[in-house]
Design a protein around this ligand. Sequence first.
Ligand SMILES: O=C(O)c1ccccc1NCC(=O)[C@H](O)[C@H](O)COP(=O)(O)O
Length: 233
Amino acid sequence: MIIQIYGIRTVEDARMVIEEGGHHIGVSYGKIMRTPGQISCEQAKEIFEGVQPSAVRIGLTVAEDIEEIIENLVVTLPDVLHLSGDIEAIKPDQIEILKATFPDLKIMQALPVLANTPLEEQKVMEYVRDYEGVSDFFLIDTKNPDADDIGATGLTHDIYIDKAIIESTSVPCIIAGGLDAANVADAIQVTKPYGVDSFTSTNFGKSVPGKGIKDREKVRAFVEAVQNAHSRQ
Ligand SMILES: O=C(O)c1ccccc1NCC(=O)[C@H](O)[C@H](O)COP(=O)(O)O
């Protein structure tokens, strides 16, 4: 079971997460500031170089301009590009261009799931069909209906929607959205995902600008909960 931890802003946090059992380290970056926790491309590059090759390095962008995404990728060179902006802004044929430009790059497309909304009233299954041909992974994540980007909400959604998606596609799916040490076992048992993701629940309560935000004790509790749930399967 892959464990992906987001919110990595320093090499120290990246190494700590890997020591505690994380497999994918998630870094939100960009030249143009688009999300509150985003770091620069140069900082992301330093983190990715500092952990190579012991983890899968995930670079997150919410940019909606393909030229901007390419310009940032040239600097950061992650193993996986996580597209977490408005899904309709980057079409599958533009992802083909990214894949042709960076042949070794894998794509993780975030799939937006709205909380408290039945599956039939959401477009997520349509997105699965449209994007499965160009995605190496899906991240099934909670979307705030008022935001363009997907994720980092700390909010759960109906895990039976994740189950339906996972059963409908051959693309490996990582589940996300308000997962924590207390609810992740149930989510694993119901959905049988390729992996699980955490951001909010593994952060310190308060963040200090320029410092790491990941709490070792919370990361450890999350990893232990995932490993225990996985060994019971
Ligand atoms: O990591 C970020 O800063 C970020 C910013 C904007 C959109 C998504 C972002 N992270 C994506 C992730 O994969 C989160 O870990 C995922 O959304 C789960 O977040 P949470 O529900 O807070 O655990």
